[in-house]
Structures are given as C-alpha cells and as structure tokens.
Design a protein. Structure first.
Length: 109
C-alpha cells in the first residue's frame, strides 16, 4: 500500500524511537509480540539460535580406538552445540517483526 503524507503523519503518533548499539539484541525468541519495528537507518541481522547434537567418541589409547572403532561399539556421547543461523539482513525502510503480528503469534518465533 502506498502511504500518503497525512497517513504517515497519523501513524507517527503511535511510534516510539528506539536507538540500538552494534550487536545489541532487539528481541529474542519467546519474547512477547508487542511491537513492529521500522529500520530508520543501519542494518539488523535476523538470526535464530539452534541446538545441534554432535556425537563424540572418547578413547583412552590408540589401541582402544582401533578396537572400539572396528567393533563399532556405541560408546558415544552426545554434545549439544548452540549454532546461530542467519536468516536475513534488514536495512533502511524495512520492517522487523511484522510476521508474528500478522500471524497472531503471542511470542516471537
């Protein structure tokens, strides 16, 4: 939709200015959906943290490694690793967080 100057002026009464520093978090997954954000200047990285499990094998000696590896025993431990998945970069005049408002989600996804 194309906004008229009067429409933007009326909308401006509902806006609050928020200044963020580099690397500062705007919101996190699970936060309540309260605002839609408009980027006035700068860029924002949209990312999501994901837990990923990795299999770790622990051996006390080289011969034990050969023996266990060849026998394919299940002496593996799981290690949870937190990875950050970059989803998008938002810049000037773009919106952040509108998807949750439109879909009616009560919390940030």
């Amino acid at each position: 939709r194309d906004w008229t100057r009067i429409g933007v002026f009326k909308l401006s009464f509902f806006l609050k200015n928020r200044i963020l520093k580099r690397k500062q978090v705007l919101y996190q997954e699970g936060d309540p959906v309260e605002w839609v954000y408009f980027v006035k200047e700068g860029e924002f990285k949209i990312s999501q943290k994901m837990h990923q499990e990795k299999d770790l094998v622990e051996f006390s000696s080289h011969s034990e490694f050969k023996k266990r590896y060849l026998l394919k025993t299940n002496h593996m431990k799981k290690k949870k690793i937190l990875k950050e998945l970059n989803l998008a970069i938002k810049g000037k005049n773009e919106m952040i967080g509108s998807e949750e408002v439109i879909s009616g989600n009560p919390t940030r996804q």
